[in-house]
Design a protein around this ligand. Structure first.
Ligand code: PRP
Ligand code: ZN
Length: 301
């Protein structure tokens, strides 16, 4: 059953409930993907004129559009019930929240970088140096752990230009593709932490809100499970069906239906796209014809 068909029923069942307030990034590296994720859960959001709050007619939800740095605080205070935020902000702000789920997008590293012309001898290079960053808490923990004494210059943006203007010897910042470092003639010398988008939740959600969160997590899982998986249909002579099934990893067992043409069957299964390209030639060698590969929107397993 398609999830959106259940949306109205769901709203009816849960109509007495409070709304689940979800904080997402207003603009920046996570905002587009966070909104996409909500849309993939079949929750349509209408934004107000000032784009600070979004509401939905299909789900008891309120979206708060916030700066990513503020999200851990708002979730721990209960201003928002849950938040979609970079793990980097969760680590930095160190608030009392539950980390519910890693989402697999906005992957990056938080790294130390220095001018690429400078020779790097190891982490002790940073002794008595000045490091510019927007992540002083994560950096201080790392320096303490390594026994390095350095000055931290906290700045809120454009960290990467600090060495070239003489503000710092090195930087500690997010690295994703690495192009910001290259264009500022910096090199990554220590990866301190890895980060991706995560869902965090307030520690005192009531039962109704916990149920709403569970429903959202269920929808996210069905979308994520379908990612990369394709529905495959093919026709094959009956005497080859056994051999084809052997090379076709299905969800359980493939469906085999007789074709009008005697001695032939149609075979339906689910295959991961990367596996499909590995077995494509083999399928044809085994006599498969009319191979169709179709996207899957949601998978409930
Ligand atoms: C981060 C970071 C770098 C850039 C790195 O900035 O501060 O500038 O991303 O990404 P890259 O390795 O793909 O070049 P962000 O986009 O989060 O903006 P902000 O610095 O304004 O917060
Ligand atoms: Zn930011």
């Amino acid at each position: 059953m398609k999830v959106c068909n259940t949306a109205n029923l769901f709203l009816f069942i849960y109509s007495d409930m409070e709304q689940l307030k979800i904080a997402i990034q207003k603009s920046g590296r996570l905002s587009e993907k966070s909104q996409e994720l909500i849309a993939e859960c079949d929750i349509k959001i209408t934004q107000g004129k000032r784009k600070l709050i979004g509401i939905s007619e299909d789900f008891p939800i309120k979206i708060l559009f916030l700066r990513d740095d503020d999200i851990p605080q708002y979730v721990s205070d209960g201003v928002a019930d849950i938040g979609i935020v970079g793990e980097n902000e969760v680590l930095e702000k160190d608030k009392d929240v539950n980390l519910i789920k890693r989402l697999g997008f906005a992957k990056c590293r938080i790294s130390l970088a220095i001018p690429d012309s400078v020779e790097y001898s190891g982490v002790e290079w940073f002794n008595n140096k000045c490091i510019a960053t927007s992540y002083p808490h994560i950096l201080q923990n790392f320096l303490d752990e390594k026994g390095v004494k350095a000055t931290i210059e906290e700045i809120s943006g454009s960290v990467e230009i600090a060495p070239s203007i003489g503000l710092a010897d090195g930087i500690f910042d997010i690295v994703s593709s690495g192009s910001t470092l290259v264009s500022n003639r910096l090199k990554e010398v220590e990866i301190v932490a890895k980060s991706e988008a995560v869902i965090i939740a307030n520690k005192n959600l009531n039962n109704d809100k916990t149920k709403l969160l569970d429903e959202i997590l269920f929808r996210i899982n069905t979308v994520q499970q379908s990612k990369g998986n394709k529905y495959i249909l093919l026709n094959a002579p009956n005497d080859k069906i056994e051999d084809i099934i052997k090379i076709l990893p299905g969800m359980k067992s493939p469906t085999v239906l007789p074709l009008y043409q005697e001695g032939w069957s149609s075979l339906h299964s689910v295959v991961h796209e990367k596996d499909f390209w590995k077995i494509n030639d083999k399928l044809k060698e085994l006599g498969a014809e009319g191979i169709l590969v179709i996207p899957i929107e949601k998978m409930i397993v």
